[in-house]
Write a protein that binds this ligand. Structure first.
Ligand code: YSA
Length: 344
């Protein structure tokens, strides 16, 4: 009889051990200790045994009953979430938790957003254009024909064997009359042409976007970077309007009064052309190229230069970010180095 008790004990222990959750213990309790349970059956059968043996086995069975009860409720408590207890050793409840690191916008995205906000608040619309461009839009229509020395300014990344599926059918038919070689746009100015082809003045737009140049990289030059183009055209848009818009933009962008300086410059698509410099930390820094839209550009989009005039500008977004955040090397923006990115 005592070997039967022993067997029963092992069986019950095994079942408790393999029990997946606290809920399954009720079943085990009924199976072994319930009114028709296995241990109860043994206790009932004792009446047929001689007195001495009944006494001995009875005692053993009662001890086992207590043991099984403790075993089942102990394990049940342990698994029950409502009764979860913090482990008492090595657990400091007052210690601050681990900080979960959250992502955030890249510094260039932040600057891009800020530039868009300032210009849209001045009633400029934001438009974007293709990064793979044609020679016609990137150069010819901007008064930079193929033999023009100014092409050297825009060290160009040409695309070999352009696949016609990059262009839609309307574009392809147009290209029959235009210079169709493909390239990665070297500036955002081609969007001046694309926009004017499809819109009538007056309007004012900015074109933020990625541009590409075949250049050696250094602390202030990357092979791919971002520019923001600006274009305002109307019957009586003048350099005075340009000066107001640009100064308003930079005061708000840098969040303080800054000094400006205008220098004559040359871009084939403006006349006159100029460069804008701002004084930051006691130093003059060039921040944009600009000018009044050249009449040949208006010719290319079939505007009447006698009826409209406008200004255009282009600035390097990365360079603005460098000035604003005091970043010494443009390449850090593209390094993917989290130690740098996490500072913004
Ligand atoms: C000029 C007159 C207009 O009416 C309209 C636009 C322009 C700008 C012209 N399209 C242009 O691309 N001029 S630029 O070659 O001098 O570049 C403009 C700005 O881009 C520079 O002032 C500089 O801030 C930035 N840039 C140029 N090359 C760069 C660069 N930034 C990073 N890496 C490079 N490699």
């Amino acid at each position: 009889m005592s070997s039967e008790l022993e067997k029963l004990k092992r069986k019950c222990e095994e079942e408790v051990k393999n029990s997946p959750n606290a809920e399954s213990f009720n079943g085990i309790r009924i199976k072994y200790l319930g009114r028709k349970g296995e241990l109860t059956k043994i206790l009932r059968s004792l009446k047929d045994l001689p007195f001495e043996e009944r006494k001995k086995i009875g005692q053993q069975a009662n001890i086992l009953k207590k043991e099984l009860e403790d075993l089942i409720s102990g394990k049940e408590k342990e698994l029950s979430t409502s009764n979860f207890q913090f482990p008492t050793s090595n657990f400091d409840i007052t210690k601050p938790g681990k900080k979960i690191s959250r992502g955030h916008f890249h510094p260039l995205t932040k600057i891009d957003e800020e530039v868009r906000q300032i210009f849209t608040s001045m009633n400029f619309s934001v438009v974007e254009g293709p990064e793979a461009e044609t020679e016609f839009y990137n150069f010819d229509a901007l008064n930079i024909p193929s033999n023009h020395p100014a092409r050297d300014v825009w060290d160009t990344l040409w695309i070999k064997n352009p696949k016609s599926e990059i262009l839609n059918p309307k574009q392809i038919s147009k290209l029959k009359f235009q210079n169709s070689k493909l390239l990665l746009r070297a500036h955002t100015s081609p969007m001046q042409i694309r926009y004017m082809e499809n819109h009538n003045p007056p309007f004012q737009i900015i074109v933020p976007g990625r541009v590409f140049r075949y250049e050696a990289t250094d602390a202030s030059h990357e092979i791919n970077f971002y520019q923001v183009e600006g274009l305002m055209v109307g019957p009586a848009v003048t350099l005075a309007n340009f000066k107001f818009v640009v100064e308003e933009f930079f005061q708000r962008f840098f969040g303080r009064q800054v000094e400006f300086r205008y220098k004559p410059s040359y871009f084939p698509f403006v006349e006159p052309g100029l460069e804008v410099e701002v004084k930051l930390g006691g130093k003059w820094l060039e921040v944009m190229g600009a000018g009044m839209v050249h009449r040949k550009v208006f010719d290319a989009v079939r505007y009447n230069p006698g009826q409209v005039q406008g200004f255009a500008f282009g600035m390097g977004l990365d360079r603005l970010a460098m000035l604003k955040y005091n970043v010494p090397d443009i390449r850090l923006f593209y390094s993917g180095d989290l130690r740098f990115i996490k500072q913004f």
